[in-house]
Design a protein around this ligand. Structure first.
Ligand code: SAM
Ligand code: SF4
Length: 478
């Protein structure tokens, strides 16, 4: 019997990839995806615990299912991913009608666990060991990397794919829950990464984004040989049919010159670097235990500008971290002005139980101050985005066409062959232009004629020269 699956995903690219893989493995067992929890008999929430807000969203969504479960007790409800690992049995306490709690290190078990629930075995929980619950070896083994065979129909676009190269994190920034829920940092064997990339390219993938929490710290040692990210990029460059390679997220201290040279020298590697700074104040960086100073970050930016002058650099910042003063915040604004990022993700500090920040520091910046600082920093960054985007006016950029633009999707009409399309440049800028839906998946030159802080508007450059010829419409006689 076909089961109907509804899945909702919150959080980062790693979660999006996990959901893709879980759905693919359930489809192999005969599940069909549906677009609403009402129509589903299995409902999964792939969760995030980086900020409180992401967790609140899931608990409210679960609350809305309470009545549905009462009327349809056969519906299987599962909470998977980071919040499952963090809250574990608490989820059953807060939402007793949940059947399944599965951490990010146990995702491969989901099909069997659902089956057990449907056969009447009751609630199922599978999570990894905590960071203090065993030797490093034991804890690592309990966080299994989940990378089964890929199914192109499961991706938003078949020509773009994520590939995991690293799981976990060992940096233990004092505000961050990731090392606790995703376990120790583990590099994936390079031969597995390359084999997966080749399969994806055979399936039509043109752009691969390598994923890791600190992707540029990637190391894998076997038989006395260590492979690092620049080596991986060199091997991926050799894959025929692959056009673009991106990687996120970078850790400032591990941005080595050889990696920057690889980004510059390898034609398929996008000149796009996401390197979160988190703060412009040394005092705050130290309290965050980021392991670098503002001077180190500046030096890294200088090396990026020298070695990869065409690079677009993006960053993350947290405002209102414990004890952040107006002066600390001002230094963050100064750093943002100075670095002229292509874009920044700005977050209000959210205390996470289980982190050093929660245990040892006071979340003492009032919410309204966090909000104001967030808006102020955003305004500074938006100004920079617009100024930087102006440089694209009149330029021709290479765009990988992803599909209809947001506006076009809103007023979708299948009869329209020419519609507004969207895609990304190698530096990850979003471009919008008119074109035929058949162009989706192709890389095309687009000449930019207008910009906003977040979007470039352009026209596809065609080989066609000379005046346009229009067919004459014969007016019908009155
Ligand atoms: N591994 C990446 C790194 O080190 O930059 C990113 C991990 S995290 C999922 C993405 C971003 O969320 C971080 O860069 C940070 O700015 C933000 N973040 C993490 N913990 C946070 C917290 N407790 N409150 C607010 N923002 C947080
Ligand atoms: Fe979290 Fe820091 Fe690790 Fe990034 S590097 S995942 S912010 S602990």
């Amino acid at each position: 019997m076909t089961r109907r699956l509804y899945i909702e995903t919150v959080g980062c690219q790693m979660n999006m990839l996990d959901s893709e893989l879980v759905v693919a493995s359930l489809r192999q067992r005969g599940y069909r995806l549906v677009d609403s929890p009402k129509r589903a008999d299995t409902i999964l929430f792939n969760t995030c615990s980086v900020r409180q807000h992401a967790e609140d969203k899931i608990y409210s969504a679960l609350g809305r299912l309470k009545h549905a479960k009462r009327h349809h007790p056969d519906k299987v409800i599962g909470v998977i991913g980071c919040m499952a690992q963090k809250d574990q049995h608490q989820i059953f306490e807060r939402a007793p009608y949940v059947d399944l709690v599965v951490g990010p290190g146990q995702l491969q078990q989901i099909p069997d666990l659902i089956e057990r629930v449907t056969l009447g075995a009751g609630r199922q929980i599978e999570v990894s060991l905590g960071r203090k619950d065993g030797t490093r070896e034991q804890i690592s083994r309990s966080h299994e990397s989940y990378d089964p065979l890929r199914d192109p129909t499961m991706r938003p676009t078949p020509f773009q794919a994520y590939v995991r190269i690293q799981i976990g994190c060992d940096k233990f920034c004092t505000y961050c829950i990731v090392p606790m829920v995703r376990g120790p940092e583990q590099g994936r064997p390079p031969e597995d990464i390359l084999a997966e990339a080749r399969i994806l390219v055979d399936q039509g993938t043109k752009e691969i984004t390598l994923l890791g929490q600190t992707v540029n710290s990637y190391r894998y040692t076997a038989h006395g040989k260590t492979t690092c990210l620049s080596n991986l990029l060199e091997s991926l460059q050799e894959i025929d049919g692959l056009d673009r390679i991106k990687f996120v997220t970078n850790y400032p201290k591990d941005m080595t010159d050889d990696l920057l040279d690889a980004v510059h020298d390898l034609s398929k590697v996008s000149p796009y670097l996401h390197v979160p700074a988190q703060s412009g104040s040394n005092r705050i960086l130290e309290r965050m235990k980021r392991g670098y100073t503002v001077e180190d970050y500046r030096d890294m930016m200088h090396r990026i500008r020298q070695r990869v002058p065409e690079a677009a650099v993006t960053s993350d910042f947290i405002v209102g971290f414990c004890s952040e003063t107006e002066n600390d915040f001002k230094q963050t604004i100064d750093l943002v002005r100075e670095c002229r990022f292509k874009n920044c993700f700005i977050f209000k500090y959210s205390e996470r139980p289980g982190t050093k920040g929660a245990e040892r520091m006071d979340d003492d910046v009032p919410e309204d101050v966090k909000k104001r600082r967030n808006n102020e920093l955003l305004a500074v960054q938006n100004e920079i985005c617009e100024e930087e985007n102006l440089k694209f006016l009149g330029q021709t950029v290479e765009v990988l066409v992803e599909g209809p633009s947001k506006a076009a999707r809103k007023q979708a009409s299948s009869e329209n062959v020419v519609e507004q399309l969207t895609g990304r440049t190698p530096s990850d800028h979003i471009a919008v232009f008119n074109g035929n839906a058949r162009l989706v998946g192709r890389i095309l030159p687009v000449r930019i004629y207008d910009v906003t802080p977040f979007t470039l508007f352009g026209d596809i450059v065609t080989d066609h020269v000379g005046p346009e010829v229009y067919g004459l419409e014969l007016a019908s006689p009155p």
